[in-house]
Design a protein around this ligand. Structure first.
Ligand SMILES: C[S@@+](CC[C@H](N)C(=O)[O-])C[C@H]1O[C@@H](n2cnc3c(N)ncnc32)[C@H](O)[C@@H]1O
Length: 258
């Protein structure tokens, strides 16, 4: 059986917690709102009073952003350093309606079911994304929503060329890859941890819209939406992501049927 988390990925995020950004309350709220079109919502007022699980919350920006809108949020993450920074953020913001748990998705347990489970940029760093997705689905209430963000198989192709160049010119460790990435592409990134996440990562996988729709249908999830939005043809959408600026990372949302 494939393991459900990658110890190298855990080590990476202990060293380079993500996003670890200083953000104002307004920026945190904007950060929380940006994925909402994937569940056919657009305004942060949607979060008010909702019980939300963020699987792979990193340093807590998204969880805190949703909590600022009045949601009750549980954020879990495999990286203890990320959770430590998330706790600091929570304390700075004096938030009482968010809690953080240091746990891999697969070992997390909760008697509570959630109105919304969200996991952005996480599953593609796990050895078995589908199994982790299924685990997250198990926490969604009937009629509740799920939202996952993944690297797209086609949209990420041009960026993968950069990753391949960095890897070819580095030793087999994140520090060496980061040094190379800084030298070649550093100007484009204003944070070292974000640069590390983009170009020095030990492991990422790539997924298609069709694949996620299959995961949805196998888990009784009705598709709600996608960001970037889909054209009539999924093939043409993904093709446009290959050539456009959007779509390297795509978010798909769905609703759990009863
Ligand atoms: C790119 S960061 C995304 C953070 C956050 N979701 C965001 O969008 O700001 C990926 C996060 O997933 C966490 N992660 C990776 N594998 C995990 C697993 N199996 N269980 C829980 N967290 C995991 C990492 O520690 C890291 O904090």
């Amino acid at each position: 059986m494939r393991s459900c988390f990658n110890p190298e990925v855990k080590r990476f995020y202990e060293k380079f917690p993500y996003p670890a950004r200083k953000m104002t309350k307004k920026e945190l709220k904007n950060y929380a709102e940006w994925f909402l079109p994937a569940i056919n919502e657009s305004n942060g007022d949607f979060f008010k009073g909702k019980r939300i699980l963020e699987a792979g919350c990193g340093t807590g920006e998204l969880s805190c952003g949703m909590a600022l809108f009045g949601a009750n949020v549980t954020g879990i993450d495999i990286s203890s350093k990320s959770i430590e920074l998330a706790e600091k953020k929570k304390a700075q913001l004096k938030l009482k309606n968010v809690k953080f748990v240091n746990s891999p998705i697969i070992s997390f347990s909760s008697l509570e079911k959630f109105d919304l489970c969200v996991s952005l940029g996480v599953l593609h760093h796990t050895p078995d994304p589908k199994k982790n997705f299924e685990k997250i689905c198990s926490f969604v209430k009937p009629n509740g929503s799920i939202c996952i963000g993944l690297y797209n198989r086609y949209g990420r192709a041009r960026h993968r060329v950069k990753i391949a160049i960095v890897r070819a010119l580095s030793s087999n460790n994140a520090e060496s890859r980061l040094k190379t990435a800084k030298r070649l592409f550093g100007k484009k990134y204003n944070s070292e941890n974000v640069l590390a996440d983009a170009l020095a990562h030990p492991f990422e996988s790539h997924h298609s819209v069709k694949e996620v729709l299959e995961w949805f249908s196998e888990n009784n999830i009705a598709f709600l939406g996608c960001k970037p939005s889909l054209k009539k043809s999924i093939f043409l959408s993904e093709l446009s992501w290959l050539f456009g600026r959007e779509g390297s990372f795509f978010v798909m949302g769905g609703k759990k049927l009863k």
